[in-house]
Design a binder for this molecule. Structure first.
Ligand SMILES: *[C@@H]1O[C@H](CO)[C@@H](O)[C@H](O)[C@H]1NC(C)=O
Ligand SMILES: *[C@@H]1O[C@H](CO)[C@@H](O)[C@H](O)[C@H]1NC(C)=O
Ligand SMILES: *[C@@H]1O[C@H](CO)[C@@H](O)[C@H](O)[C@H]1NC(C)=O
Ligand SMILES: *[C@@H]1O[C@H](CO)[C@@H](O)[C@H](O)[C@H]1NC(C)=O
Length: 227
């Protein structure tokens, strides 16, 4: 009987050790990619063509929100106007966009919230929340899209940005180093070959606190059964 109980405890401990691994892989996805999928399925629902997922545009969208991550107003608007020249002189450079391939940006949508939102909520509550942004997203002439998101400087705040371009050729905003570009130290962007850095920190922290509570709870049950 004693041995059986010990086995039971061992199983629980083993499962608990494996749990963080499972949680990690579940959260492994890139919310910026999810947003590109949501944008494209919203467009195809009204028979518009899909937009090309451009990692170069995505990385520049991330630069945009990184620059603006101090400037969320009380009504969740981003009060920030990066100078036009920043796109080439700072954003492209920080991303490793090959300058001869720099195209024309024909639309941007940007927003912030006092907390992290899952991609479908970020789409409908932050990025595409009125007629003006909906018609921008559904503009026929767009061909490429990139999404970036980052945790703000103030507690809990998150920032999202979508950049759109209408270039006819399929070779704009190309990232150097065979499309990998410069590795980013924070946030997420669509089409990236790197994982997000801290883009989902809130969710992860919440989950790990749950894990700790579960671990302590199970150990307590084990302890009670054992003695
Ligand atoms: C952010 O807001 C501050 C204060 O309103 C302003 O001075 C600053 O220029 C804004 N930043 C950008 C990049 O627009
Ligand atoms: C769509 O985008 C193009 C290029 O930016 C612009 O010239 C045009 O006015 C837009 N159309 C609509 C319906 O907003
Ligand atoms: C597309 O997005 C708009 C704005 O968020 C929303 O009202 C609409 O229901 C969406 N359409 C589909 C098919 O998801
Ligand atoms: C552009 O490139 C993407 C990804 O490399 C590809 O899936 C798509 O078919 C291309 N589109 C055109 C019009 O060449």
């Amino acid at each position: 009987m004693m041995v059986k109980k010990l086995r039971f405890c061992e199983w629980i401990v083993l499962c608990l050790l494996l749990l963080p691994v499972a949680v990690y892989s579940k959260n492994h996805g890139n919310p910026a990619n999810d947003l590109v999928d949501i944008i494209n399925s919203n467009r195809t629902s009204v028979k518009l063509p899909k937009l090309n997922d451009s990692p170069g545009l995505g990385c520049m969208a991330l630069q945009y929100v990184k620059l603006c991550k101090d400037n969320c107003t009380n009504n969740n608007a981003v009060n920030c106007k990066p100078p036009e020249d920043d796109f080439i002189e700072i954003f492209a450079l920080n991303c490793g966009v090959e300058l001869p391939t720099f195209g024309t940006i024909t639309g941007h949508m940007v927003g912030c919230q006092s907390k992290y939102l899952e991609p479908p909520q970020a789409f409908s509550h932050v990025l595409v929340k009125d007629k003006k942004t909906l018609s921008l997203m559904r503009n026929k002439s767009h061909t490429e899209v990139g999404v970036g998101l980052v945790k703000g400087a103030h507690k809990g705040y998150f920032f999202w940005c979508v950049l759109l371009s209408s270039d006819k050729i399929n070779s704009t905003f190309v990232l150097e180093d065979h499309g990998k570009g410069v590795k980013q130290n924070e946030g997420c962007f669509s089409g990236s070959s790197y994982q997000c850095s801290g883009g989902e920190k809130t969710t992860k922290t919440a989950l790990s606190i749950n894990n700790i509570i579960m671990i302590l709870g199970s150990l307590y049950v084990c302890f009670l059964q054992h003695f």
